[in-house]
Design a protein around this ligand. Structure first.
Ligand SMILES: [Zn+2]
Length: 276
């Protein structure tokens, strides 16, 4: 699933390519991915100019002239590919929605989604506010150490599960959570409130570090991952991963074996020697 660095990379690509373009048509073969309905999304979007591309957590926000906004979530397997019309469909892309754009030359904004959990949702200011309020503060933005430590101290949940709860903290998914715990030398299955102030500060710094690396490297395309940027290129961050999907391989620090457990339904990877 694309996380903060991946969605931000896509946002930057889109910002450079589609701001100023006009939506000339919308096509879909999966109307249930558009809400409140395909018809209303089409009626409110066609003919409108795109004035900004924003993001909060893993949600992309395409602002249209006149004040409405298209919220886009890629969920598990969504991709956005910008392509010239009539360009052959990329292999395995499963195009579900196309926004046809014109900004000088025509361009297609292809929303591809094998599993069809992603969505495009038309929102007004009030709905947008609700979405923003439902998401916790974000690393490298409004997430403070004070809030981070307070939130951990209040919860008996496994600390990794808490870290990935988008209402508490936004944008952190499974890849970067695993890497942040390794960077902080903390075991991800510990109850959140069992971390000392020193440990939770290390974890806070670990989160910032791995998210920043992910951003600098235009995201992570892991083996089981669908992530590509808006031009169809893989991310460059995979070589920075120390534990994610590395079970059975040697820890880069201590040469012990990386282990995998299931925590809250998610693959959780750690070094039992380096992390405590
Ligand atoms: Zn180790």
């Amino acid at each position: 699933m694309p996380e903060l660095p991946e969605v931000e990379t896509i946002r930057k690509d889109l910002e450079g390519a589609i701001v100023g373009a006009i939506i000339t048509d919308i096509w879909t073969d999966t109307p249930k991915m558009l809400s409140p309905s395909f018809k209303s999304v089409k009626a409110e979007s066609v003919g409108k100019k795109i004035v900004a591309v924003k993001r909060r957590a893993k949600v992309l926000m395409i602002d249209l002239e006149g004040g409405k906004c298209l919220l886009i979530h890629l969920k598990l397997s969504g991709r956005i590919l910008l392509r010239k019309p009539l360009t052959k469909e990329d292999i395995y892309t499963h195009i579900k929605i196309i926004l046809k754009l014109k900004d000088g030359s025509p361009l297609e904004f292809r929303f591809c989604d094998l599993r069809k959990f992603g969505y495009v949702k038309l929102a007004n200011d009030e709905e947008l506010k609700k979405v923003r309020e439902g998401l916790g503060p974000e690393p490298l933005d409004d997430l403070t150490l004070e809030y981070f430590q307070k939130t951990l101290a209040k919860s008996g949940k496994p600390v990794k599960t808490l870290l990935m709860d988008q209402e508490k903290f936004s944008g952190i998914g499974n890849i970067y959570a695993n890497e942040a715990f390794f960077a902080a030398k903390v075991l991800p299955m510990r109850p959140a409130k069992s971390l000392s102030a020193e440990e939770s500060e290390k974890l806070f710094n670990g989160v910032s570090k791995v998210i920043k690396e992910g951003l600098d490297n235009r995201g992570t395309t892991a083996k089981d991952d669908f992530y590509l940027d808006a031009f169809g290129r893989a991310g460059n961050n995979e070589s920075n991963l120390k534990v994610y999907q590395k079970n059975g391989t040697d820890c880069l620090v201590c040469k012990g074996k990386i282990q995998r457990v299931n925590l809250g339904g998610r693959g959780t990877f750690f070094c039992p020697n380096c992390q405590h």
